[in-house]
Design a protein around this ligand. Sequence first.
Ligand code: ATP
Length: 487
Amino acid sequence: MAKTVSDPHACTLDKIISLCKRRGFVYQASEIYGGQAGAWDYGPLGVEFKRNIQNAWWHYMVQRHDDVVGLDSAIFQHHKTWEASGHVAHFSDPMIDCTECKARFRADQLIEDYVDAHPETNPGKPVDTMTHEEMKAFIDANINCPTCGSKERKYTAVREFNLMFKTFQGPVADEAQLIYLRPETCQGIFTDFKNIVQSNRMKIPFGVAQVGKSFRNEIIFKNFIFRTCEFEQMEMEYFCKPGTDDEIFEKWRKERWEFYKKYGIAEKNLQWHHHDKLAHYAKDAYDVQYNFPIGFEEIEGIHNRTDFDLSQHTKTSGKDMDYMDQDDGNKKYTPYVIETSAGLNRNFLAFLCEAYEEQNVGTDGKEDYRTVLHLHPKLAPITVAVLPLMKKDGLAEKAMEVKDALTEEFVTDYDQSGTVGKRYRRQDEVGTPFCVTVDYDTITEGSENFGTVTVRDRDTMEQQRVKISELSGFIHNAISNWKPVVR
Ligand code: ATP
C-alpha cells in the first residue's frame, strides 16, 4: 500500500536511489544510451553489500545446518524442465493495454494500486482470485488510463502473458534447440535431487540451497531494483516425508523471520501475507513483506510445493525421482518440498531502507543532519575506515600500516582528504561501522596513548582509545555484540 510521508527527513525511495548512485551502490544499466529498462548495475560498494547479504544468507541457511547442502546449477536447463514444472503452461501475469496510447499494464496491479488510492472502491474479493472478466469489468468501470489519462477507458481484454525469456541454442532456430532463461533457481535443485541423494548420501529430511540469477519478462518494472527482468534469488528446497510437511513449513517460516531480525530489521517493519490463491504447485504459501517507503511489499516467499515438482519430473523424464527411506523399512515415496525463496535484490533494498536515517546531531538547539546507514556490521560494504588526523608528520604512513594489518581480516578503506568530521560523515553515509583515527598520540613515544588509536562507533558516535595490538580483537568483539539501533 502506498504511503504518504510528511517528514522531510524520512527515508524515501528517491533518496535511496540518489544515495545508491552518488556513492556507487547501484547505477542504471547502459545509462549512457538512455538506460536499459528493468536492468541495474551494482557498483563498487553495491557489489560488496550484495555479496555480504548473500554470504549472511548462505551462512544462516547452509553452514549453520548439518542437514542443508549447497548447489550451483546451470541457468540453462533442458526445455522439458519448464514443461514439467508448469512454467510453459502457467507462468504468466494478466496484462491489459490501453488502445489509445498503447501503454501496457499488469491488470492485477492496476487494480491494487487503484484500490490503495481509493479504499472506498472495493472489487468485492481479493484481486488474486478475480477472473479475467472480473478484472476487465472493474478496470472499465473505475480506472482511467494512468499513462494518457484517457477517461474513455478503451482497454483490450485481459490476456495472460508468459514471463519466460526464450531463445534458441546454436544456429538453428528449431523447437529441439529451444532454451529458456530460468525464471527461478529451484528447478535445478529438483532435477539434481537424485544426484545429491546418491553422491552425498543425504537422508530425508534435508535441504538444498542455491543462489543465482533468474530472469522474468516482467510487463512493467517498478520501484528501482524491486522489480526487474534480471535478478538474484536465494532459494532453499527442503525435502521431507509427506505428513511432516506442515510442521516443517512452520519451522522454516520461523527461521526466515528470525533471519531478518538477526540482520537488523525491526519486527514492526515485517509482516506475513498469506496467499488466498495458490500457485499451481502449492499447498500453502506465505510471503514475508517489508515496510518499504512505498508500503509493505514481498521480499521472500515460503511455499509448501508438495510432491509436485519431483512427481512432474518423474512423469516428464521417465526417471524415477522417488526416495527409498532406509530409516522406515525401505518405504518408497515422493518427498514433499518446503521452499524458502528470497530475492537478493529486494533484500538489498530492504536492508538499505531499514538502515537509512537522517539524524539530527546538532547541539544547542541547532539542526545538523547526518545521513547514516545503521547496517549490520556483517552486511556493511566497508567494515573499517582508517583515517590519519593529518597527512603529514608520519601520520599517513602509520595509518596505512594500521590499515594494511586490518585488511587481512576486514574490508577496509583509507581516507585522508578533508576534515576528520567530513570523513566521518562520508563513512556514515555508506554504513561503515568503525572509523579508526591515527593521531599524534599514536606515534609520540612517551605519550600516555602511544601505540593506541581512536575507534569511533558509527551508531553512537562514541570514541574509544584502543591499543593497535588489540584492535582486531576489539573490532571482532564489537561486531559480535552489535545490536540494531532502536528508532
Ligand atoms: P511478485 O509477486 O512480486 O512478482 P513472486 O511471488 O512472483 O513476486 P516468487 O516467484 O515467490 O515471487 O519469487 C521469490 C522471490 O524472488 C520474491 O519474493 C522476490 O524477492 C524475488 N523476485 C521475484 N520476481 C522478481 C523480480 N521481477 N525482480 C526482483 N526480484 C524478484
